[in-house]
Design a protein around this ligand. Structure first.
Ligand code: ADP
Ligand code: ADP
Ligand code: SF4
Length: 603
């Protein structure tokens, strides 16, 4: 086959006991007696028949693709690599396995970002940089060894770094992507966890700035996702190492907390001259956080390419435009665009819900929420913003009737479909069985086009809910919420653990669903870009987290964004080339001017 093609067999999917080697029986070279698709000559699992191997030499390439069509389990991918990709991979896990091209280049005193989808090799790259995985330069039969790897990177930005890794001189601290799993591996309270990692003697400052104080004596098991995220960030930054790797810092954090985490990471780079590498899907925060950016693209699960570093501004702009300039590479057919000026004119549709002034207190008034009466319109996407602990979920529960108000009566005779912030679907049940139990529409062409495709569910339908990654579980939960028939759809933090591409797809799916089904959707989220693309109007919560919250009426986007960002004292300017919103440096000329004019977002 052409030199630039690869064959990838996903061994988790290849189940020869349930097909009858149709790939092998139909492969044209096989039918003429060649050994293109063969058996591996080893048992997959105990008692399981032998899985297949594809010869990349003999295979005819993507234009044939017969085996890809024949395999009932989507286990095979035959891919023509882009012509531009001429170098050898940095690493390939084996024959017919994932390959990674390019590596990120961490720099002392700098924050290096990686922007790209999940499954594209970011963790693989970090394992190489941490010295845990010796890259094989694509030669999986005979490992070349670190000296040859160093030779391959001579003259590049990575040369010195790789020399240090070879000599065992790089120490690394790492924050995992899924903080929800930390309680499985740590018994004890927050203080115990943090004291173990405080190699730099900075615990008090980190605890204060990340507002961890109130949960210091609490068991790790009892922390919320947002608390776990902040504890994990503090535990990582407290370590004394050369290289820090943080895999997503924003899930479950509100914007104020996101900005604080970003500042702490920047300070560690600048003041202590450390190398920071960050994967982040909240573009407004990534923009604020990173000095340079590598874009990652490819075919998740099959191959990934990490580009040479770009300036953060160019990297994000190119990513959004769908075209990488230096690489001469289209990564998406359509650009992602933001409206610069007057946001969508708010609809004047009929009211779906009119609710009166409401109040709700917990316990002996430890927390009190006051809601100003308002209207939710039919067929709108209403965004809900505000800090954590301010009463957003409490309001949602008042609407769903799961909670009774102290004063005022929402008295809603409405069916509400609710996706909670922390997605807990993890039964031993297959995704397809779970979703078909929710809707009769499951599997219809409408459902497939509007829900399954944009949420990329096809490839995980046969998996068990309990085996899904955080991002996969989120997509199933969004699908489940939208598939239910209801008067109001309420999604709490749908962006958590989705990569940028998935956020955009989910945004489109939610908007189209609202438009085509005349559905009314309320979305609580902290990703400003997602909110901008998604919402018709905004409802702003403010007050003092965990003490008292106040919810204003839904209002047009411009007014809502101004009120919300004024509470946070954060202003956005527009990128000159793409109109994309960018956070201003505090106290910069523009920041001061915009605050004076009261224009925080659509300036
Ligand atoms: P990301 O961090 O971008 O989500 P990863 O680096 O974790 O991506 O994984 C990229 C691909 O490499 C995945 O398809 C994964 O299945 C595959 N992979 C990871 N580790 C191994 C391994 N030890 N052997 C074979 N394939 C692997
Ligand atoms: P948000 O959704 O904005 O993060 P919540 O509505 O979940 O905020 O919570 C607001 C405040 O109320 C928090 O301080 C939270 O700890 C408290 N709270 C939430 N539910 C309960 C409850 N059932 N009992 C006591 N306090 C609660
Ligand atoms: Fe055989 Fe390659 Fe065609 Fe698959 S794509 S059927 S391996 S020639």
């Amino acid at each position: 086959m052409a030199d630039d093609s690869i064959a990838v067999v996903d061994l988790d999917r290849c189940q020869p006991d349930r097909c009858s080697y149709e790939c092998k029986n139909y492969c044209p070279p096989n039918r003429t007696g060649k050994e293109c698709i063969t058996l591996r000559g080893e048992e997959a699992d105990e008692g399981q028949p032998d899985q297949v191997h594809i010869s990349e030499e003999i295979c005819l390439g993507e234009t044939c693709g017969i085996c890809v069509e024949k395999c009932p389990f989507d286990a095979i991918e035959i891919i023509n690599l882009p012509e531009e990709l001429q170098d050898d991979p940095a690493h390939r896990y084996g024959e017919n396995a994932f390959s990674l091209y390019g590596l990120p280049a961490p720099q002392e005193g700098q924050v290096t970002g990686i922007l790209g989808p999940n499954g594209i090799g970011k963790t693989t790259a970090v394992r190489i940089l941490a010295g845990e995985l010796e890259p094989n330069l694509g030669r999986h039969e005979e490992s070349p060894g670190w000296d040859e790897v160093l030779e391959a990177y001579r003259g590049t930005e990575l040369q010195d770094y790789i020399a240090d890794v070879r000599d065992g001189d790089v120490t690394i601290a790492r924050k995992p992507q899924y903080v929800d799993q930390i309680p499985n591996s740590f018994d004890g309270n927050t203080r115990e966890l943090l004291e173990q990692t405080d190699e730099r003697g900075v615990l008090d400052e980190l605890v204060e700035r990340l507002s961890i104080g109130p949960v210091m004596e609490q068991s790790i098991d009892d922390l919320s996702g947002g608390e776990l995220q902040r504890v994990a960030i503090a535990a990582t930054l407290a370590r004394d190492t050369d290289f820090y790797f943080l895999d997503e810092i924003t899930p479950y954090l509100d914007i104020g907390q996101r900005v604080t985490a970003a500042r702490l990471i920047r300070e560690l780079a600048e003041e202590e001259n450390r190398s920071m590498l960050v994967i982040e899907h909240d573009l407004a925060i990534l923009d604020l956080l990173a000095d340079t950016l590598h874009v990652a693209y490819g075919e998740p699960g099959a191959y990934g390419v990490i580009t040479a570093p770009k300036s953060v501004r160019n990297g994000i702009n190119e990513y959004l435009s769908g075209y990488l300039d230096n690489e001469n590479m289209r990564i998406r057919p359509d650009p992602i665009e933001f409206e610069e000026h007057a946001p969508r004119t708010a609809s004047h549709a009929d009211a779906l819900i009119e609710y009166p002034d409401l109040t709700k207190s917990y316990g002996d008034g430890e927390f009190t929420l006051e809601v100003e009466g308002g209207t939710i319109r039919e067929n709108e996407v209403l965004g809900v913003v505000g800090p954590n602990g301010i009463g957003k979920s409490t309001f949602a529960k008042l609407l769903t009737g799961n909670l009774e108000s102290d004063e005022g009566d929402a008295d809603l005779d409405l069916d509400i479909s609710y996706k909670p912030q922390y997605v807990t679907i993890d039964q031993h049940m297959r995704v397809d069985a779970f979703l078909s139990s929710i809707t009769d529409q499951f599997g219809s062409s409408y459902w497939n086009t509007e829900i399954a495709q944009p949420l990329q569910l096809e490839r995980i339908m046969e998996q068990n809910l309990s085996d899904l990654s955080g991002g996969e579980r989120q997509r199933v939960a969004i699908a489940a919420c939208l598939s239910d028939s209801a008067d109001l759809y309420l999604l709490d933090e749908p962006s958590a653990h989705l990569d940028v591409e998935q956020r955009v797809q989910a945004t489109k799916a939610i908007r189209r669903y609202a438009e085509q089904q005349d559905a009314t959707v309320m979305v609580i989220d902290h990703d400003i870009y997602m909110m901008d693309l998604l919402a018709d109007r905004l409802m702003v919560f403010d007050g003092e987290p965990a003490v008292h919250g106040r919810a204003g009426q839904p209002q047009p986007m411009r007014d809502g964004m101004n009120e919300f960002l004024a509470n946070l004292e954060v202003t956005f300017r527009r990128d000159e080339r793409t109109s994309r919103p960018r956070i201003n440096k505090p106290e910069s000329q523009l920041d001061k001017q915009q605050k004076q004019n009261g224009e925080y977002y659509y300036a």
